[in-house]
Design a protein around this ligand. Structure first.
Ligand SMILES: Nc1ncnc2c1ncn2[C@@H]1O[C@H](COP(=O)(O)OP(=O)(O)O)[C@@H](O)[C@H]1O
Ligand SMILES: [Mg+2]
Length: 445
């Protein structure tokens, strides 16, 4: 009798300790974390049942082991359920599941909707972190749906080599490659935040004397009025003026190609970084299809415009193809990135692509490439909801696959104030080059 009593006592004590630990954990957790803890425990302690119900269990028939008391050679059925570890995070619950048998990332992804129902959470996302391990994220609140407003950049923010795009689903900063990039496409349905995204980039770079801007707004509205004061060249929807500006940038590119070795001592400006005398020239063309689309009309006016469009397309294509090493970066924003809106020759040479919400798979594939079809969670079609205005899918620096990014909203007054305060930094990069200022400034390097 004495032994069972001792065993019972130990078991009761263990239970008490276990309950106590949970209670303490719950009490010390903040108001935000408690709901997450409740879900985490629900997930953990009901996992085997849940897995069976949503089809994440598999049975196999094996010979009973030698130590079993069944007759040797008896065939028995065994149930395989992926082992999980559960962790509560700020945004929700992270479940690391080991794959087993035929139960891998595909099966988990298929079951995601059911898991969300069982766990009573709004969203379940699944990703393979490495072979044998699938990560399931039960999100209690999607950080991507929390709007963010632009704030002054940190040190890294004003470095033209770094493009701080926003934050990911875990609230972590996300950067896009900018060094050695000559072409960027930003696409997405109207009203989902393309212009605001470009404004944020402008606000990051405008205070830096090593950046000059060419700002072109195909919409022709007031969006860019305030920013033009910080631009070397600017234009609205006047196709001839746009062509002339781009021709001037092309002239700069040719002159820089000719001078780069003598002036900078390198063949690629990114090896030394842009400087005040050899600034990065960011050419923003918003609503770019306005200038690149041919109407194919037969009247004289249409023919004239089509000839202009072809000329503009050639210039843009050349700047993107050859501007990389001399510090010229073209950023095209467009509602449509399909071949009829942006010539594929231009689009396919852009090293960086960003997509806000899209209605069709074709439109998303046109911007992000066919890989996006294998990333349903990050697919821009998913972003067609007012809650996702300002959220874009992109390939981020140092991250595999695609990342959804919450970009900050820039109030007009903020952009206006920055443009005005930095207007004195505007220089003509061609002038800097021809007057030899570039030589003088670059010499001490
Ligand atoms: N990052 C953002 N976060 C929240 N709201 C945004 C964001 N970007 C844009 N918006 C809202 O959406 C509207 C349209 O944005 P805009 O950048 O002009 O879209 P687009 O250029 O794609 O047509 C803005 O006026 C603003 O109200
Ligand atoms: Mg716009």
């Amino acid at each position: 009798m004495a032994v069972p009593t001792a065993v019972l006592a130990v078991a009761a004590l263990a239970l008490l300790v276990w309950l106590g630990a949970h209670a303490v954990r719950y009490l010390v957790a903040g108001k935000q974390l408690r709901p997450v803890l409740r879900v985490a425990w629900r997930i953990k302690y009901t996992w085997r049942r849940t897995a069976r119900r949503v089809g994440l269990a598999q049975t196999e028939r094996i010979h009973s082991p030698w130590w079993s008391n069944r007759p040797p050679g008896t065939v028995v059925t065994r149930e395989l359920i992926p082992a999980v570890t559960v962790a509560a995070e700020r945004w929700g619950v992270r479940v690391d599941a080991s794959t087993v048998g035929r139960l891998g990332v595909e099966e988990f992804t298929q079951a995601a909707g059911h898991l969300a129902d069982v766990w009573r959470v709004p969203l379940v996302r699944v990703a393979q972190v490495r072979s044998g391990l699938v990560q399931i994220r039960a999100l209690l609140h999607d950080p991507l749906t929390q709007p963010a407003t632009w704030t002054d950049p940190t040190e890294a923010g004003s470095d033209p080599a770094v493009w701080v795009a926003g934050v990911d689903a875990d609230g972590q900063p996300v950067t896009i490659r900018s060094a050695g990039v000559s072409g960027v496409v930003v696409a997405g349905l109207a009203g989902y935040g393309k212009t605001s995204f470009l404004n944020a980039r402008f606000c990051q770079l405008a205070p830096s004397p090593v950046v000059q801007f060419v700002l072109i707004d195909g919409k022709g509205g007031p969006d860019y009025d305030d920013l033009f004061t910080r631009a070397w060249l600017s234009a609205k929807d006047d196709p001839e003026q746009v062509r002339d500006h781009l021709a001037r940038v092309r002239e700069l590119m040719a002159a820089r190609q000719h001078a780069i070795r003598a002036v900078l001592g390198v063949k690629n400006v990114w090896h030394v970084g842009p400087s005040a005398s050899w600034p990065l020239v960011v050419v923003v063309i918003d609503e770019a299809h306005t200038f690149l689309n041919e109407t194919k009309g037969t009247d004289a006016q249409s023919k004239r415009l089509d000839a202009l469009a072809r000329e503009t397309a050639r210039l843009v294509e050349e700047l993107i193809r050859k501007g990389r090493n001399v510090g010229i970066q073209v950023v095209l924003a467009t509602q449509k990135a399909t071949g009829d809106a942006i010539p594929t020759k231009i689009r396919d040479n852009c090293q960086v692509a960003v997509s806000f919400a899209q209605r069709t798979s074709e439109a998303a594939t046109a911007v992000l490439g066919s890989d996006i079809t294998a990333a349903p969670d990050e697919h821009p079609r998913r972003l067609q909801d007012p809650a996702y205005v300002g959220v874009a899918s992109m390939v981020a620096q140092g991250r595999p696959g695609f990342t959804l990014v919450r970009t900050p909203y820039v109030p007009d007054a903020t952009a206006d104030a920055i443009a005005t305060a930095t207007a004195h930094l505007v220089r003509d990069p061609l002038h800097l080059l021809t007057t030899g200022e570039a030589v003088a400034d670059a010499a001490p390097r």
